[in-house]
Design a protein. Sequence first.
Length: 111
Amino acid sequence: MSGRDTRPHQFDIFWVNLDPTIGREIKKTRPCVIVSPDELNDNLGTVIVAPLTHTIQPWPFRLKISFSEEVASIACDHIRSVSKKRLSHKVGTLGPAEQKKLLLILHEIFA
């Protein structure tokens, strides 16, 4: 992360370099939502992220959002842990309603 960027917080959206990948993993540099809690983000060299995609699927583990004046989907089925060195720059933060919906999806996945 460059010096001008802020510390990553839960629900922040950062550009993240996801390469290299294997198989059907979501690849390339793309916006990702930080889903790990701040206690982890403050104490580890990694963060847990969910990538954004413009491929909209009506699946219960995808959350459709408006981002940068476009429609995107948070791919909760592609959550992964990444080094903070993969983070480029912050481009936004999810709003309170989207945060709540995302937490409900994560609860359903991991309950």
